[in-house]
Design a protein. Sequence first.
Length: 404
Amino acid sequence: MMTQTSHDLLIVGGGMVGLALAIDCARRGLSVIVVEQDLPEPETAVAGVYSPRVSAISRQSQDWLTSLGVWQHLPAGRACAYQEMKVWDGQGQGRIGFHADEVQADDLGHIVENRWLVSALWHQAEHTPGLTLVAGRTVQHWDQQTHQVLATLSDDSTVTASVLAACDGRFSKIRRDAGMATREWDYQQQAIVTTVRHQQPHRGVAHQVFLDTGPLAFLPLQDETGDQQASSIVWSVDNDAVHALLDLPQADFLMALNRAFEHTLGDLTNCDPRFSFPLQQMHSKTYIAPRLVLVGDAAHALHPLAGQGVNLGFQDAATLATEWQRAHRRGEDPGSERTLRRYQRQRQGHNLAAMAAMEGFKRLFGSAHPLAVLSRNWGMSQLDRLPLAKRPLISTALGRAKPE
């Protein structure tokens, strides 16, 4: 029998950003339904076993997730704090380091496996009043009506809501169905990701070296035992070279990887299966349409150069939840153009600035021209000697400041 439910908000996509948005809005008194195509899988932490996809969670994002009751549900020891970041140019001698002590902070952030963050969010969502979770179903069809959105799900049930929030990722079906145009850049590269074990402990340090093809990052991991000899890697490689690296025997791959990483953590002893994904950048020309709003990767996807993608999505969600609470308190329609435009004004410019900064870094460090190599190495070395000048960069990484 067909059923119909009515809510203030319909959120499509139960990933990290969609679930966090749902929890925040429900805690603010709104009625929320989340539709997620995948069924949640029970997760069990096993010492020494890591997931290949991780996120660098800023202090600002951590504080927000803690306020939502989410951070507390991460498995003990699985969020690896990093106090320092070391960056250098693989084509020269330029180096720069960032340390939490320089801004009187305990750490610069945490590296967390995506699966544990989703699991913690799902657990909190299940225990949040006013929040309905619908898993294993998709939105088959939806209509933007005068005062509401009407969505038909894959089981023929229907949902009405004042507004639909698309949190369904980089290839958002909702965005495409709405005909919302995007600007896209293809870097003609892929990122190789895997987990590696190394001879020396990482000691809570994240590393990034800029190679002629792009950045190679070693992001520190730890498990329940406190082990510090595993890192998640993200290695940017040109399309014509990626398959050769993926197909190498493990010993040869580790040799090539350690050569690129300059043996910074001693010998690499092992690695998990390798995966890759294309490196692209995308930004929607608008974040809003009648009774529709784009959030997180559905609105913007950037190069994983600084690991800031999910943090920008969390900032989108926190801003939107605040605007919807303001509308709710005033008795205004959360799907009104006025409410959605306030969100867009706050987030679109900020996200564009962050994307422009990442593109600038990518182009600067992607050039092999001798003058470019000389100037960036000189600049890095000079900046490293000026703690006061580095503080704004560290604060931005922490989420305390917006990129200018």
